[in-house]
Each structure stands twice: as C-alpha cells, then as structure tokens.
Design a protein around this ligand. Structure first.
Ligand SMILES: C[S@@+](CC[C@H](N)C(=O)[O-])C[C@H]1O[C@@H](n2cnc3c(N)ncnc32)[C@H](O)[C@@H]1O
Length: 206
C-alpha cells in the first residue's frame, strides 16, 4: 500500500470494506487522516461500527443496500450499476477496493470506477484488486478457481459459478484497461500481477 503512496494524513475510502480487514491494519497508521468504509452487508458494517469506530472515531462505516447475487440477494435492492457513492465529489485522497471487483459484473465495475474518480481528489490514488486473465487458455493457471471458470459468451470475463456470476469473476486484461480508460482514471503501470496464484493489483490515479 505504501508503494501506492498512502500517507498517514490521507482521507481514505474503502469500497466493499467487509469486516474491516483493511481498516484493522490502517487504524494504527492513519492517525492524522480519516477512513470511510461502505458495504452491502449490514452484518459486516455493524461489526465494524461496534468494534472499530469506538476505539478509532476517525474510522466510520456505512451500510449501503445494493443487490449482489452472492452477498445481498434481495432482488428488490437498487442496482450497483446505478449507485452513487454516498460521498461528495473530490473528498478522498485514496480509494481501496480489495477483492470487490471480483464480485462485480461489467456495468457495476464501470460505474464503481466512475464513482471512484468522482470522489477522488485530483492526484488521488486508487488501489484495487482484480482477477485478470491475459490470454485465452486459463486451464494452466495455478489458481484452482480459474482453471474451473467458464468464459462468458462475449469472452470478456469468466465466472466460477455461471448460475451466480458475482460469486467470483475474472476479466480479460484489455477489458479492465478499457474500464479504467472510460472512467478517466490512469493506471500506474505495471498492473501488479498475482492472479495466477491469487489476485492482481491495479493502482490508478485521477
Ligand atoms: C471478498 S469480500 C472483501 C472484503 C474486504 N474488501 C476485504 O478485502 O477483506 C467482498 C466484499 O464486497 C462486498 N460487496 C459486494 N458487492 C458490493 C457492492 N456492489 N458494493 C459494495 N460492496 C459490495 C461484500 O459484501 C463483501 O464484504
């Protein structure tokens, strides 16, 4: 993370913050900054609000109800494709999303990058992980999930469970680059490869 330039006085957003895996490590570091996390799982957010915020009041968490076929299955919930992040423009120096884009379909992924650009200050950074494949034959990949993934008919992404695609998704590299390019975020090269064993890290700036 420090390789991406995170400073102790940064204002940080953690999209899909889960049960505070990232927040826990930042509590002792962001002593002059602030942290906002949001997630579609009320139980995850409540745990963080109960266990982290009382000790670190500059760490705040929001429940944002949005449909996800794996994490929040109520189909009456709003779509992630249309979510406006509940924060003003230009309000963060740094945006994290770890193991989130592995659960977003293309329309949602594009919207979340667009929103990231909106809430980042000029010069702000984002650190996000993806599962990215760069060639057509993923059968040789080390990650057991990848070897068993099924390609969508477009060829642009692959799914671990086609009946519930947001369980785990991998994207073709040019598709990810196109998402970033359309959002206006600039990738800080190279993409840090890791997907053959776990996930790739994409650092990008506004
Ligand atoms: C694999 S977990 C990763 C959690 C955390 N980022 C971490 O690295 O430990 C994925 C998280 O994304 C959340 N999530 C799924 N869809 C989401 C969406 N559309 N918007 C925000 N969070 C979402 C899930 O509820 C879950 O907490």
């Amino acid at each position: 993370m420090n390789g991406a330039g995170l400073r102790w006085d940064d204002d940080v957003l953690d999209v899909g913050c889960g049960i505070g895996r990232i927040a826990r490590y930042l509590c002792g570091y962001l002593v002059h900054g602030s942290y906002e996390g949001f997630d579609v799982r009320a139980d995850h957010v409540t745990w963080c609000q109960t266990n982290i915020t009382p000790l670190f009041p500059n760490f705040r968490f929001k429940f944002v109800p949005v449909f996800n076929s794996f994490y929040s299955k109520d189909t009456s919930l709003p779509s992630a494709e249309e979510l406006e992040f509940p924060y003003p423009d230009d309000s963060f120096d740094f945006v994290f999303a770890l193991s989130l884009f592995t659960h977003l379909l293309p329309g949602a992924a594009q919207n979340y990058l667009n929103q990231t650009r909106r809430v980042l200050r000029p010069g702000g950074m984002s650190f996000m992980t993806w599962m990215i494949f760069e060639d057509d034959d993923t059968s040789t990949y080390d990650h057991p999930k990848v070897r068993n993934m099924q390609r969508h008919e477009s060829g642009e992404y692959a799914m671990f469970r086609p009946d519930r695609p947001e369980a785990a998704l991998a994207y073709r590299e040019d598709v990810v680059r196109d998402f970033y390019s359309k959002s206006g975020l600039q990738i800080v090269e190279p993409i840090r490869a890791g997907f053959r064993t776990f996930q790739d890290a994409v650092i990008a700036t506004k």
